[in-house]
Design a binder for this molecule. Structure first.
Ligand code: HEC
Length: 119
């Protein structure tokens, strides 16, 4: 019986946790990491969700996001965050796709807020 209650609680808690995920920001619910690096967090997210369009010779709009130097330029002009947060003023990305998860946006944002280092 108590086991059921425990299960119920865990279910409820995890449910709530995800529901209010955006409010818990900047600690995204999908990881226990507290520091996010370009190599282990940000680059894989960009490679997964962006770089089928934004890499190589024929990168969409000439925007290349597969290396630190180019990514940093879009951090500095505010467009990287604007495009993934869908805040307006820039095109929402990934183009034609669904918004990145709160967790992934949180990771990118936390990395930017920590100085967007080449780490
Ligand atoms: C299916 C292809 C595709 C994907 C995937 C994609 N983009 Fe784009 N992106 C484009 C195209 C095309 C443009 C230029 C036209 C436009 O702005 O809509 C663009 C423009 C941009 C711009 C400039 C926007 C502006 O308003 O100046 C940025 C920054 C950008 N993308 C970042 C990203 C990021 C970050 C991701 C991943 C989260 C991503 N893109 C995923 C195709 C894509």
């Amino acid at each position: 019986m108590s086991r059921f209650v425990l299960f119920g609680l865990i279910f409820l808690l995890s449910g709530c946790y995800y529901d209010v995920g955006s409010k818990l920001y900047p600690a995204p619910p999908c990881t226990t990491l507290t520091a996010y690096t370009y190599k282990t967090e940000v680059a894989p997210i960009l490679n997964t969700y962006c770089n089928n369009c934004h890499s190589g010779k024929f990168a969409s709009a000439g925007i290349v996001l597969d290396n630190y130097t180019d990514v940093k330029a879009y951090v500095d002009n505010g467009k990287l965050l604007g495009t993934i947060e869908w805040t307006g003023g820039v095109s929402p990305m990934p183009k034609g796709g669904s918004k990145l998860s709160t967790c992934n946006i949180g990771k990118v944002k936390a990395w930017i807020e920590a100085g967007a280092q080449n780490n």
